[in-house]
Design a protein around this ligand. Structure first.
Ligand SMILES: C[S@@+](CC[C@H](N)C(=O)[O-])C[C@H]1O[C@@H](n2cnc3c(N)ncnc32)[C@H](O)[C@@H]1O
Length: 227
């Protein structure tokens, strides 16, 4: 596991921390719209989708949105935390054997034994643990696992410029529940920007990319691999 992978994952190994985070995550409702939008767009553009991978899936909400929208698809849940695996097993139980569980370090995705030819890889609120160069490596490893025409989707927190940070920070309490995402965990500051993400997608060979949704510091990036 890389140094950034280790920093990112350390707190999530602590069952009490992971369960506390899940119980107090106040962003769940806010993020259900972009998750459903991503699932609907994949279903519209790639109706033949048969396998999707959720990286650093945690309790599995993104994977659930995809499996609801794509009833013929199977999903691979992946994360580095056993506590999150236990949480996800109960939340995703209704999908039965449509879900496979794998312990995967997102910073070594290429070595995780995940089968290539995936229709979509999604991830949410995890890649902000990575700096710009590790983000580029992550997207490149994802792109290699995708089938031609497959989708690379990241719903993640970004770092705006100083002036926009000030504006958004002042405004946010009026719209976002106090306490935000729950217990503080490791972030890689300064967070990568929208421009960093778009560049990293392009470096990974995915240049058909758009910011499909944005709410304050969280963006839904969707890119389609050529094919
Ligand atoms: C903020 S939670 C987000 C969970 C979920 N994707 C969501 O949006 O609800 C971050 C997740 O990243 C996972 N994680 C942290 N470091 C990781 C790593 N190196 N490899 C894979 N997963 C990791 C944690 O275990 C945790 O489930």
């Amino acid at each position: 596991m890389s140094t950034q992978g280790e920093q990112a994952t350390r707190q999530w190994q602590d069952r009490q921390f992971a369960e506390g985070w899940v119980a107090s995550d106040r962003f769940e409702d806010l993020l259900s719209l972009p998750r459903r939008m991503a699932a609907a767009l994949i279903a519209q553009e790639r109706p033949e989708t048969s396998v999707v991978l959720d990286v650093a899936s945690g309790p599995g909400a993104f994977l659930a949105a995809l499996l609801d929208e794509l009833p013929a698809a199977r999903g691979i849940w992946s994360d580095a935390s056993q506590a999150m695996a236990d949480e996800a097993r109960s939340r995703l139980a209704r999908f039965g054997d449509r879900v496979e569980f794998r312990e995967v370090d997102m910073t070594a995705l290429g070595a995780a034994g995940v089968p290539a030819g995936l229709d979509a890889i999604v991830t949410s609120r995890a890649a902000h643990h990575l700096d710009r160069s590790e983000l580029g490596r992550f997207y490149s490893q994802c792109a290699e696992l995708l089938a031609p025409g497959g989708w690379l989707v990241n719903l993640d927190h970004i770092g705006p410029s100083e002036v926009w940070d000030r504006r958004l920070r002042a405004l946010r309490p009026r719209f976002v529940p106090a306490g935000g995402e729950g217990p503080k965990h490791h972030h890689n500051y300064p967070l990568t920007s929208v421009a960093d993400h778009l560049e990293a997608y392009a470096e990974a060979g995915v240049d058909d990319v758009e910011v499909v949704w944005r709410g304050f510091y969280s963006c839904l990036f969707m890119g389609r691999k050529a094919g």
